[in-house]
Ligand binder design. Structure first.
Ligand SMILES: Nc1ncnc2c1ncn2[C@@H]1O[C@H](COP(=O)(O)OP(=O)(O)OP(=O)(O)O)[C@@H](O)[C@H]1O
Length: 506
């Protein structure tokens, strides 16, 4: 159906058109050019009224409105359309721009399912549905899972805009494809994730497997307490690591170090206090008898590792351990498959895995070293070769390490209003045009700009809501206060009636 006509000057990159009705920014249209059909994206949409132009006062505005209302030709709908490429080429995954601009007078057509389906929702197994195009809502929006895993992903948005909903949706699809997904859940957001055969667990740290500087972080020794750090380092011997009762052996070894090395009695005693404290406070997490925590992760499942009980330093030590081990497992598996080595240990992960780090700005911060950052950037660099994908989720993109962010080949960006967040994203993602960037502050909950390797074309979509996901929704303080008040009232009344009964019985 013809909805407009190209007017004025046109270029190979954009045209201006007069349309028969208002068109939305972000809507796809077809430019029926002399060289073939071209896909276009509405970048600017202007509506003007002949009668209501140059109005000088309120009375004149009211009179002009009456004139405008009866004149069907009064409104003028003008759009600027960006050219994305020839439609048939885009349907085959190629972007080819016209050499000659579409001639003025060329028809603008409504884009149909037939036109857009092959571009935004290809029907092959690796393409999974995550929603529909925001402005052409009958068109499915899909993402390519293979590209997501091999080229990494960043999900960036202000708080409450739908990041964990998108992660939950991805988890569902990965689960239905029998893939292995590992989510490091910092706020216990995924406890109620409704995915078949989910493997939900408390992330554990086995202190036997840690080097002394990492153990020092986990038991919360101060970073600049050099003497305590040394006391721990010297006490954490191979014999202690191998002993039956790890904590007892470590305590004995530390006590002995304090007795025998001159000037270290106080430091050793402080370390002993810290060990005792950590042993009791973190007994669920610090487990010398849990074996290798990576063994708790199951292949072919969605694994949610709850790290909400861990302090930031502990979570960092835990996460870097997991990332390092997961990368090594995948390297072993790939090398073994190529016949280059025969690994001594059982290769747990025979197929690619995808790891999602929530609150990435905490663990992969800008301008600061963390072990997780080191391993995350290694995974980002080497993951493609070894089949380990990284997904970073954050509400503060400006605080994520730009090197790691720029290695995320695919992005889902939801509403973001802060200018420095937008700038950080723009410099990390080449394919984020100025027009798309300007859309970010006007998106609603669940709307996302998708760019990068996992889509054929940058697009603005509305992500499907995962209805059964209970977590993440805002607390309803008013209703909870109300409930609590009612409970208190009921409790008070029943206590009063019991007192009455007691008095009567007396
Ligand atoms: N695609 C969507 N469509 C409709 N509602 C949505 C969509 N995505 C999320 N919501 C709603 O928005 C709320 C917040 O979503 P979600 O927890 O996913 O946001 P978030 O960005 O992860 O928040 P936080 O930063 O606090 O973790 C939820 O109540 C959820 O139901």
């Amino acid at each position: 159906m013809t909805i407009g006509v190209v007017i004025g000057e046109s270029r190979p990159t954009d045209v201006t058109a007069q349309s028969s009705k208002p068109l939305s920014v972000g809507e796809y249209v077809i430019i029926d050019s002399q060289d073939g059909q071209i896909l276009g994206l509405v970048e600017k949409s202007i509506i003007s009224s002949e009668a209501l132009t140059d109005v000088r006062n309120f009375d004149e505005a009211v009179e002009s409105k009456e004139v405008a209302d009866i004149n069907s030709r009064d409104k003028n709908y003008k759009v600027k359309i960006g050219i994305l490429g020839f439609l048939d080429k885009l349907q085959n995954g190629q972007m080819v721009l016209p050499a000659v601009p579409p001639l003025p007078g060329t028809s603008i057509l409504e884009a149909t399912q037939k036109d857009l389906g092959a571009i935004f929702g290809p029907i092959t197994e690796e393409w999974i549905r995550i929603g529909s195009l925001l402005r052409n809502s009958s068109i499915e929006a899909k993402i390519n899972v293979n590209k997501m895993v091999s080229r990494h992903l960043a999900i960036l948005a202000m708080t409450g805009m739908g990041k964990s909903n998108l992660v939950s949706l991805i988890a569902r699809h990965v689960s239905s494809l029998n893939g292995t997904l590992i989510i490091f859940d910092y706020h216990n957001d995924y406890e109620n994730l409704d995915v078949p055969k989910i493997n939900y667990m408390l992330a554990k740290i086995n202190p036997r497997l840690l080097p002394s500087d990492k153990l020092a972080e986990v038991i919360e020794l101060r970073e600049n307490a050099d003497k305590q750090q040394r006391a721990l380092r010297e006490s954490l011997t191979e014999a202690v690591k191998q002993s039956k009762d790890f904590w007892q052996a470590l305590e004995e070894s530390t006590a002995s170090f304090g007795r025998t090395v001159k000037g270290y009695a106080d430091s050793a005693s402080r370390v002993l206090d810290k060990i005792d404290d950590a042993k009791h406070r973190f007994s669920d997490i610090l487990d010398p008898d849990c074996g290798d925590p990576v063994d708790l992760i199951k292949e072919g499942r969605v694994n949610v590792l709850n790290i909400s009980e861990l302090s930031e330093r502990q979570a960092n030590a835990g996460l870097s351990y997991y990332l390092q081990e997961l990368l090594q497992h995948r390297k072993d598996a790939v090398w073994e498959r190529k016949g280059k080595t025969s690994s001594k240990r059982n290769n747990k992960f025979l197929a690619p895995i995808f790891v999602i780090i929530e609150e990435a700005h905490v663990f992969i911060p800008k301008g600061e070293h963390t072990d997780t950052k080191y391993w995350a950037s290694k995974v980002a660099r080497e993951g493609r070769k070894f089949g380990i994908g990284l997904g970073v989720v954050s509400q503060r993109p400006r605080n994520i390490d730009p090197n790691v962010l720029s290695q995320m080949g695919s992005l889902a960006i939801m509403k973001i209003v802060q200018d420095d967040d937008q700038q950080q994203i723009a410099s990390a993602a080449e394919s984020l045009s100025k027009d798309l960037l300007s859309q970010l502050s006007s998106l609603n909950i669940g709307d996302a700009v998708l760019i990068g390797q996992w889509v054929n074309l940058p697009s603005i979509v509305h992500v499907d809501e995962v209805k059964s996901k209970k977590s993440g929704s805002d607390l309803n303080a008013v209703s909870e206060w109300n409930q609590t008040d009612k409970f208190k009232q009921v409790a008070k009344e029943s206590t009063e009636s019991m007192i009455q009964k007691d008095l009567l019985l007396d």
